[in-house]
Design a protein around this ligand. Structure first.
Ligand code: GLC
Ligand code: CA
Length: 535
């Protein structure tokens, strides 16, 4: 069952920022259709399309008001059906994004709940007393009072995103129907938003703190997932669960084929190694030891237990990786290629987030007005209220805001980077003049063409798609190395995460070079050098 996607790569599209077909400044489904050939040229097998369903867009579509209809901002159902069909003809399967932990407060169910209909009140989580002072993910309290009902409701994210009550079997049936609906339309897989938050603790009367922390990997989560998957018959499809702050043991359980849960899951510990004291909005340079420890432990133990990882650096919630763990300046190209190499040679299914294959950078916004994301705007005020100066708060956003990855896809050096003929909904970094699809198509040595090779290598070499993994000691904390083995095949991957020459020891590097970002092999690893050797 796993084999279908072990040698595949998934491309993630953030619809609002990918390609605008009608000049309103907002990416749309017909824009995606016009770029399917480009995506095919990357060699990927699947596209994860972020939510384009009806939504008031408080959280850019992660607040769904109708799961079975297309937001007119993005197109029509006919456009959507055409997109599925055209992708299929190009050999690409679409994965749709199911936001099942919560709905929008504009969803029919929540409106009826607020109107006091008992049946729908039981779709959400209402309490007569506020159980504890939990905070929501985008700042502020997680329990809100509804005066008309005299009750409190839970929202782990924005107040406009009330959490669903999965304990209610009717809720689970409704959500299964949504899956069946899209499956019948020819969708080939699903991504499940914050899936490990769906099962809430029995007793909400716990200590104060972050709501998501108390709800992750809850008591019935495995049971709920298995039920959702088996009752809808999607066990054989590609499924990926977004698992907030999950543990290794749970990741193994979520993805072991015999458990019939997910085919793979996202975890995020590697993207917290630059959070000071675990706080996303406190800056720190990446702790490379933590980064390496995470990968070696999770990769090896998932491998031993037969679990499967989704491997990635970027998505629509993360700052751009080249700006974060790489170098936007002198070593832009080398570092982007090194980071790509590291992920694409790992055991798991690699995900490429739109523009990552170009080495797109953070947004470099300098004023609050340029930001659109609810989280960025809330945290700006939280930082200011806790004593940060305007400049400090803006600097934190420039490094951490989700808008950094949501700037429009850079297609060419023309107006608006070729994204829209109108006015883009979000700013575009000046570097689009050089960092864009058109210019990288023309350069044989570009990041884009390098990513194409990475995708192809996974198809060509079973040792990459299927092999076991073991991390190797390089005697240098800044240089990571691992080996992949399958029967008599072996490859060794060495990546320098620093902008300096680094010496390493203890690695046997004899063999031919499969791919690398400098020419010729070397005893000293050059700045951001990546080397893949086939023994
Ligand atoms: C996930 C999504 C993110 C969204 C959140 C709430 O983390 O990736 O964009 O804001 O869930 O739905
Ligand atoms: Ca549009």
């Amino acid at each position: 069952m796993l084999d279908k996607y072990k040698n595949s790569v998934v491309y993630q599209i953030y619809v609002k920022s990918f390609c605008d077909s009608n000049g309103d400044g907002i990416g749309d489904i017909n824009g995606i259709r016009s770029k399917l050939k480009y995506i095919q040229s990357l060699g990927v097998k699947y596209i994860w399309v972020t939510p384009f369903f009806c939504s008031p867009m408080v959280d850019n579509g992660y607040d769904v008001s109708d799961y079975r209809n297309v937001n007119p901002m993005f197109g029509t159902m006919a456009d959507c059906e055409a997109m599925i069909k055209e992708a299929d003809e190009l050999g690409i399967g679409l994965m749709f994004d199911m936001v099942f932990n919560h709905t929008s407060n504009q969803h029919e169910w929540f409106k009826r709940a607020l109107a006091g209909e008992k049946e729908y009140m039981d779709y959400y989580i209402f309490r007569d007393e506020k159980p504890a002072d939990w905070t929501a993910s985008f700042g502020g309290p997680a329990w809100d009072y509804v005066p008309e009902l005299g009750k409190w409701y839970l929202h782990l994210f924005a107040p406009e995103q009330p959490d669903l009550n999965w304990e209610n079997p009717k809720v689970r049936e409704e959500l299964k129907e949504v899956i069946r609906f899209w499956k019948a339309k020819g969708v080939k897989g699903f991504r499940f938003d914050v899936l490990n938050l769906i099962s809430k603790p029995k007793d909400f009367h716990t200590e104060a703190g972050s709501g998501t922390r108390f709800c992750k990997d809850g008591p019935r989560v495995h049971e709920f997932i298995r039920e959702l998957v088996t009752d809808t018959g999607i066990e054989d499809m590609i499924t990926v669960g977004e698992m907030a702050s999950t543990t290794l043991d749970n990741s193994i359980r979520y993805t072991q084929p015999q458990n019939h849960e997910m085919s793979m899951c996202f975890s995020f510990h590697h993207l917290k190694v630059d959070f000071k004291d675990g706080n996303k909005f406190a800056l720190m340079s990446p702790n490379l030891k933590m980064l390496r420890d995470y990968f070696s432990e999770w990769q090896e133990k998932m491998s031993d237990a037969g679990g499967w990882n989704a491997v990635f650096w970027c998505n629509h919630d993360q700052p751009r990786i080249v700006s974060r763990f790489g170098d936007e300046g002198q070593y832009w190209k080398q570092s982007a290629k090194m980071l790509g190499t590291f992920v694409h040679m790992l055991r798991g299914t690699p995900y490429i987030y739109q523009g990552e294959e170009l080495g797109m950078t953070n947004a470099h916004f300098t004023s609050l007005e340029e930001y659109r994301d609810v989280e960025a705007i809330n945290y700006y005020h939280i930082l200011r209220d806790s004593g940060s100066s305007e400049a400090e708060a803006l600097n934190v956003l420039a490094n951490r805001a989700r808008d950094n990855s949501r700037t429009p896809m850079q297609w060419n050096s023309g107006a608006n980077a070729g994204f829209t003929s109108g006015k883009s909904w979000l700013g575009i970094p000046d570097n689009f003049k050089t960092i864009n699809v058109e210019s990288e198509e023309a350069d044989a040595d570009s990041i884009l063409n390098y990513y194409r090779k990475l995708v192809q290598l996974r198809k060509d070499y079973p040792v990459i798609s299927e092999g076991a993994i073991k991390f190797l000691d390089t005697g240098n904390e800044k240089v990571f190395a691992y080996q992949r083995t399958l029967d008599n095949d072996k490859i060794v991957v060495i990546c320098n995460f620093s902008g300096q020459d680094e010496t390493i020891s203890g690695i046997d590097v004899k063999g031919s070079i499969l791919i690398g970002n400098y020419s010729g092999s070397h005893k000293i690893m050059r700045p951001y050098e990546a080397l893949v050797i086939k023994a």
